[in-house]
Design a protein around this ligand. Structure first.
Ligand code: UD1
Length: 357
C-alpha cells in the first residue's frame, strides 16, 4: 500500500487537489492524505472550498499562516519535515506555484521522497514574480512532471529535463469545473448580486505588482469602461489597500464584495461580458468557458490561453480600447487538448504505473 501526500496551501490549490483526491480515495493500492499548510486560513479562502469540493477536513494542518516569502517557505519546510519523518509517504504531490509547493518539494526531496508536480512546466520568464521562482525550483527537483499543455513540455525539454519524467496530462482545474457544473448552474449568484447576464464584468486583482501601490490600483479601477457594472470580489490583500487608501463610494459602478465560493465565482464569470484579472487560474477558466479575459500583466505563464483561448495581455493604457475591440467580436470557447475533465484519471494511471516500476 503506497502512502500519498497531497499538498495544498492557497485557494487555487484546493480546486486542483480535489479531483485527484476523489480519483484516488477509493483505490486499494494507495492511501491518500491531504496536507494543508495553512497559508490561506480565512473561511472564504479555504473552508468553503473544502465544503463545495466535497473534501474532508485536511488530515494534517501545518497552520503556517501569513508572512514574508522566506518566513512562509522556511516555516513550512520545518513543519512539513517533522510530518514527513513521522509519516514516511511514498509520494508527495504538489500543485501549482505557491510558496508551499516550493517548501514541501524541498523538504521531501531532502528526505529522498518522490515528488510529483501537477501543473509543471509553466513559465512566464519573469523572475520578478515569486511564483516563477517557485515553478523553476520545483520543476528542477521533481521526479514526475505532469504538464497541462504542450508549451509546458517544450519549456521543460529546453531546460534539459529528461523526457521520460514529463507527462502531458491536461488541466486539472478544468476537472473541478466539469464535475461541479450542475451545482454551478443551480446557483442564484446573478440574482443575489443584482446583475443581468452579459451586462456586467468581473474584476479580480491580488498580485503585489497590481495592488500594493494604491496609486496604481486606482489607475486600474479608473481604466475599466464606466458604462458597465463591475463586480469585484476582493482578495484580503487588496481589501487592506482599499480600506486604507480609498473612499469606495467614489466608485458607484463597482460592487466591492467578499471573495466568492468557487461555484458562485464560476457562475458569475460564465455569464459576464468579460473579465479583468491578474489571476493565473481565471485566465484558464475563462478560456475554457469562452469568456473574453483581459489580464493586467506584462506576461503570462499560460500562453495557451492566448494562442488557443480568449485571453489578452493588457495594461491600464490599452485596456479600454482592447475591451471595445474584443467584446464586439464573436468569442468561442477554447478547445485545448486534454482540458476535458479527465486529467485526474490520467494522473492516477501514471502514478499506478510508477508504483509497479
Ligand atoms: C498566494 C500565492 C499566489 C496565488 C494566491 C491565490 C504565493 C507566493 N502566492 O498569494 O500565487 O495566486 O495565493 O490567492 O504563494 N490573507 C488573509 N487571509 C488568508 C490569507 C491571506 O487575510 O487566509 C492576507 C494576509 O494579509 C496576507 C495576504 O493576504 O499577508 C497575502 O496572502 P499570501 O498567502 O501571502 O499570498 P496571496 O497574495 O494570497
Amino acid at each position: 500500500m503506497k502512502k500519498i501526500h497531497l499538498i495544498c496551501a492557497a485557494r487555487p490549490n484546493f480546486v486542483k487537489l480535489a479531483p485527484l483526491f476523489h480519483a484516488l480515495k477509493n483505490e486499494t493500492w494507495c492511501q491518500t492524505y491531504i496536507i494543508h499548510t495553512g497559508q490561506h486560513y480565512d473561511a472564504a479562502l479555504s473552508d468553503i472550498f473544502f465544503k463545495e469540493l466535497k473534501l474532508p477536513i485536511p488530515h494534517f494542518n501545518l497552520n503556517i499562516g501569513s508572512g514574508t516569502h522566506a518566513e512562509q517557505t522556511g516555516k513550512t519546510m520545518m513543519a512539513y519535515e517533522v510530518l514527513l519523518i513521522q509519516e514516511k509517504p511514498d509520494f508527495v504531490i504538489v500543485f501549482g506555484d505557491v510558496n508551499a509547493t516550493l517548501a514541501c518539494t524541498i523538504a521531501a526531496k531532502k528526505l529522498g521522497i518522490t515528488v510529483v508536480h501537477v501543473e509543471s512546466g509553466l513559465r512566464s520568464y519573469d523572475r520578478s514574480m515569486p511564483e516563477e521562482i517557485n515553478r523553476m525550483v520545483v520543476d528542477r527537483l521533481s521526479d514526475i512532471l505532469l504538464t497541462p499543455s504542450n508549451d509546458a513540455n517544450e519549456n521543460l525539454l529546453k531546460e534539459g529535463v529528461d523526457n521520460s519524467k514529463i507527462h502531458l496530462v491536461g488541466n486539472i482545474m478544468i476537472d473541478s469545473l466539469v464535475s461541479l457544473r450542475d451545482l454551478i448552474e443551480r446557483k442564484n449568484t446573478l440574482n443575489d448580486l443584482q446583475v443581468t447576464p452579459h451586462n456586467y464584468c468581473v474584476l479580480t486583482l491580488h498580485r503585489p505588482s497590481n495592488v500594493d501601490n494604491h496609486n496604481y490600483l486606482e489607475e486600474i479601477l479608473c481604466s475599466i469602461p464606466s458604462n458597465i457594472d463591475i463586480v469585484f470580489p476582493v482578495h484580503p490583500r487588496t481589501m487592506e489597500v482599499l480600506i486604507n487608501n480609498f473612499n469606495l463610494k467614489n466608485y458607484p459602478k463597482i460592487k466591492f464584495i467578499k471573495p466568492l465560493p468557487y461555484s458562485d465565482f464560476i457562475k458569475l464569470i460564465s455569464h459576464s461580458s468579460f473579465i479583468v484579472t491578474d489571476s493565473g487560474g481565471v485566465q484558464e477558466e475563462s478560456s475554457y468557458l469562452g469568456v473574453p479575459c483581459f489580464t493586467l500583466r506584462n506576461n503570462t505563464e499560460r500562453p495557451v490561453t492566448i494562442t488557443h483561448g480568449t485571453n489578452h495581455l493588457v495594461n491600464t493604457e490599452n485596456l479600454s480600447e482592447s475591451i471595445r475591440k474584443v467584446v464586439n467580436s464573436e468569442v468561442v470557447p477554447a478547445l485545448i487538448p486534454m482540458w476535458d475533465g479527465k486529467t485526474a484519471h490520467r494522473i492516477k494511471k501514471i502514478l499506478k504505473e510508477y508504483t509497479n516500476k
